[in-house]
Design a protein around this ligand. Sequence first.
Ligand SMILES: [Zn+2]
Ligand SMILES: [Zn+2]
Length: 69
Amino acid sequence: MHDAQITPRHPDGTLCGHDLSSEAAAQECPGRAGHVLVCACGWTRTARRPARLVGFHRTHSVGARGGAR
Ligand SMILES: [Zn+2]
Ligand SMILES: [Zn+2]
């Protein structure tokens, strides 16, 4: 299966695990420069906007499935 998880990341490339709904965590966060999508199959992709990642992932999962269905 191609279950995708999209995680925001910082300008230095590290993943953002900050819960920005918490004020203390929002203070610590250096900001979000983009998002990284990690597929359950190991495929990854980065983009600024999560909506783009959803599109990339759709193409990926359709292509990976091939003509099997
Ligand atoms: Zn995949
Ligand atoms: Zn952060």
